[in-house]
Design a protein around this ligand. Structure first.
Ligand code: ITT
Ligand code: MG
Length: 197
């Protein structure tokens, strides 16, 4: 497999930046946005299914091996919601609306019951019909804050308190988030699977 060039099956600029930083110069990630602006419908019932679906779609469109990232935030008090629906939690109105809805759903919920985890599944397919996608997952445990804090990152980062640093994940430097996040953990596994340094 020629891994010097991969298409990233994501329209999320935050993911592209983080994954490219983690992979370094050896692998060039090209955004699927170069090939198509049409986003596939995420019809799976799991992170794994959606990651595979996005990877296959990108490989089909680009003709390149494709990496997909399906991720989200699972909040204990909400029975794991928004989970695979994290991007669509506020009906597609974007990150700020998602965060506002989450804060509202957890209004008056005490700290001890605000546990949550970020989940990331990476799927790599060598071609669109690859019968053996490589799958790697990473979890990151934390807690949902009572108000947004921090300017870095994207998505739910301003609401996610990181116990090992005692700050929100939007207050971590990008380099530090990329060392300890759910995405970093999944990428560590992928690197091992591909024997990348
Ligand atoms: O599907 P693609 O095109 O990759 O982009 P997306 O943003 O729709 O990505 P997902 O379907 O995987 O949904 C992920 C959701 O979880 C959020 N999320 C995932 N990783 C995150 C992170 O590291 N920090 C903050 N929020 C994150 C993100 O903002 C989305 O709302
Ligand atoms: Mg999506």
């Amino acid at each position: 497999m020629n891994l010097t060039q991969l298409v990233l099956a994501s329209h999320n600029a935050g993911k592209l930046k983080e994954l490219q930083a983690m992979l370094g110069e050896a692998v060039q990630l090209r955004s699927i946005g170069e090939f198509s602006q049409v986003e596939p419908e995420e019809t799976g019932l799991s992170f794994v299914e959606n990651a595979i679906l996005k990877a296959r779609n990108a490989a089909r469109i680009s003709g390149l091996p494709a990496l997909a990232d399906d991720s989200g935030l699972a909040v204990d008090f909400l029975g794991g919601a928004p989970g695979i629906y994290s991007a669509r939690y506020a009906d597609g109105k974007g990150d700020a609306a998602n965060n506002a809805k989450l804060l509202d759903a957890l209004k008056d919920v005490p700290d001890a019951m605000r546990g949550a985890q970020f989940v990331c599944v990476l799927a790599l397919v060598r071609h669109a019909d690859d019968p053996l996608p490589i799958l790697c997952e990473g979890l990151w445990h934390g807690r949902i804050l009572h108000a947004a804090s921090g300017e870095h990152g994207f998505g739910y980062d301003p609401l996610f308190w990181v116990p090992e640093r005692n700050v929100s994940s939007a207050e971590l430097s990008p380099a530090d988030k990329n060392r300890i996040s759910h995405r970093a953990r999944a990428m560590d596994l992928l690197r091992q699977r591909l024997s990348l340094k």
